[in-house]
Ligand binder design. Structure first.
Ligand code: SF4
Ligand code: SF4
Length: 270
């Protein structure tokens, strides 16, 4: 079944050339040659509707839009190139793609890893196609999945859900059973409404993800805190800290990934 998990990422590997991972981001945002039209400059609401419609056509289950908070941007890419100038792209279009919940429930077996790989593949299609569309309209756009900045706070800012105890986005209707991808752009847009998911209250009364984690990476205490438990936790954030190094060590031990905290979450669809 490892073959299934590897196969599920095949198209993502091809599309990786379209998605930003490292290199010169300014070159990667070149437009398709068209000039921005006045009607687009004047009509952020119509641009947002177009972007949301296109993202749905490309396979996104939900799309949200927010102003890009530079706090969530990485300082550099994987090769050390500065990403500071990304703040020139003031908008983030954040898309969710749904993962196959029944396969995720097989975690930590390879079926769950295949569902994860397929989620990344679908996200690669959505993000690269939407980035291309916006560049065709004459605006700059750069597409990625986990690159450029932190996807979960961007998704929360875009009204797509809230961060749960397991450190993941919990989205209405899909829970944590989603992959996130995003496009940063200077196309004038309109922000989405905030989420009303009330996830924090639900997580106070539930610790299923923490109880399920095979390496104790998830904080089981009733209240969120400002504590940090490993170098991957940013200081000054009120949440249940996740020990990312412990989690990664289990992924290595498991010979792939793990989705057990997604499978255990009551927000994950049946
Ligand atoms: S992915 Fe697996 S190892 Fe990592 S936090 Fe979730 S349950 Fe724990
Ligand atoms: S399993 Fe429970 S505590 Fe963990 S994220 Fe889901 S609702 Fe929150």
């Amino acid at each position: 079944m490892k073959a299934l998990a590897r196969a599920a990422r095949a198209v993502k590997r091809v599309l990786a050339k379209e998605l930003f991972e490292h290199g010169d981001w300014a070159q990667r945002t070149e437009t398709g040659g068209s000039e921005p039209r006045q009607e687009q400059l004047d009509n952020p609401a119509a641009n947002s509707a177009l972007v949301e419609q296109a993202a749905a056509a490309f396979g996104a289950a939900r799309t949200g839009i927010c102003r890009l908070d530079p706090l969530w941007l990485y300082s550099c890419d994987s090769e050390g190139h500065s990403l500071d100038d990304l703040a020139e792209l003031p908008w983030a279009v954040v898309m969710l793609v749904e993962m196959h919940a029944a396969a995720i429930r097989e975690s930590p077996r390879a079926e769950a890893e295949a569902a994860t790989g397929l989620g990344y593949m679908k996200g690669s299609v959505c993000a690269s196609a939407l980035g291309a569309l916006i560049r065709e309209l004459g605006y700059r756009a750069i597409a990625t999945d986990n690159g450029l900045g932190l996807s979960i706070p961007l998704a929360a800012d875009a009204g797509l859900g809230e961060m749960g105890r397991n450190g993941m986005l919990i989205a209405p209707n899909f829970g944590p059973c989603v992959r996130i991808c995003k496009v940063l752009t200077d196309l004038p847009l309109q922000p989405s409404q905030p989420s009303k998911a009330a996830v924090e209250d639900a997580c106070r009364k539930c610790s299923k993800c923490a109880d399920t984690c095979p390496v104790g990476a998830i904080d089981a205490r009733p209240e969120p805190s400002f504590d940090t438990v490993c170098e991957s936790n940013n200081p000054g954030v009120l949440r249940w800290p996740v020990h990312a190094q412990k989690c990664l060590s289990f992924w290595r031990q498991n010979g792939g990934s793990c989705s057990s905290c997604i499978a255990a979450c009551p927000f994950t669809p049946e």
